[in-house]
Ligand binder design. Structure first.
Ligand code: ADP
Length: 152
């Protein structure tokens, strides 16, 4: 059975922190689906199309990576994609607290899905999409915080 992981997130925008998680998870899986969650409650600063294009620009040529959008429960999307793993990144204890609860709830919803965590390297642990958005909104240059293929 091939090992397929979903990497779910808002990716608004996809950062070098996200890239580091995907790159280090690649040897562990046969395929990673980077999945942009469409969350109707969140008024997103970047459109879904823009976020899909950006991530495709980074990984479009990699045959082990797919970029998709999804709506609804992550565990249901995993089932559609025949994925048994959810990939998430951890920066600090705040992420851990939040992620632990989601992973445990997802496990109860579907016992065959395992959440795999990768810890960020220290030099990227301060990078967050929300701060990148704040920099952009205030006219700053956030280019250094996103992969070189993404032109903010
Ligand atoms: P969500 O809205 O689901 O939290 P994000 O796009 O903010 O989506 O993050 C997706 C995943 O990437 C989460 O697991 C988050 O903890 C992780 N992540 C975000 N920034 C970093 C970073 N700098 N280093 C490592 N992991 C990160």
């Amino acid at each position: 059975m091939s090992k397929i992981a979903i990497f779910p997130g808002s990716f608004a925008p996809f950062s070098v922190g996200h890239q580091s998680i995907v790159d280090r998870a690649l040897p562990l899986f046969d395929k990673i689906v980077i999945a942009i969650g469409i969350n109707s409650e969140k008024n997103q600063y970047f459109s879904i199309e823009e976020r899909l294009e950006w991530i495709t620009a980074v990984y479009g040529k990699n045959p082990k990576i797919e970029v998709k959008r999804y709506e609804g429960l992550t565990v249901d999307f995993c089932k559609n994609e025949k994925a048994n793993y959810i990939l998430r990144g951890l920066r600090d204890s705040h992420d851990f607290k939040f992620e632990k609860n989601i992973a445990q709830m997802n496990k109860e919803l579907n016992t065959s899905i395992e959440t795999i965590f990768i810890i960020t390297p220290p030099e990227l642990s301060h990078i967050s999409s929300s701060i990148i958005r704040d920099i952009i909104k205030n006219g700053g240059d956030a280019q250094q915080f996103v992969p070189k293929e993404i032109d903010l």
